[in-house]
Design a protein around this ligand. Structure first.
Ligand code: CO
Length: 132
């Protein structure tokens, strides 16, 4: 069975938005900068999954573009997969549009890939293979 690795939420300011999640009883386990996406991310673990808050570190970050276009809010959902290349090949073969042809290095050293929301009915889907 697949695991919902995390839910990604775009925020303009981590510091400002953390108050909400702390009030909900969540704690920050790690804050890390992901250079490939030009974001700073905070992971807040829950039973079996996490909330990932993404704050852009540069105006040319994809998350900055998302916030400019749609405002802060729900950004993506991430499924954990055991073999990201096999998962990408299966999606491509089924006609879904991947945002990159090769997996990229995401948070915690995971290999990640995104499926374009125009091929998924509007949901940005991330696949993540834990670091081996
Ligand atoms: Co993510």
């Amino acid at each position: 069975m697949r695991v919902l690795d995390h839910v990604g939420i775009a925020v303009a300011s981590l510091d400002r938005r953390l108050a909400l999640y702390r009030a909900l009883g969540l704690e920050v386990a790690a804050v890390e900068e992901v250079g490939s996406e030009r974001v700073r991310v905070a992971f807040l673990p829950l039973e079996g999954t996490s909330v990932e808050l993404l704050e852009p570190t540069s105006p040319d970050s994809p998350v900055a573009a998302f916030i400019a276009r749609r405002g802060e809010g729900l950004h993506h959902i991430c499924f954990r997969v055991p073999d990201i290349r096999a998962a990408m090949a299966a999606l491509a073969a089924a006609g879904f549009e991947l945002l990159s042809q090769e997996p990229r290095r995401g948070a915690h050293g995971c290999l990640v890939c995104f499926v374009h929301p125009r091929s998924t009915g509007g949901v940005l889907i991330e696949l993540s293979q834990p670091e081996a």
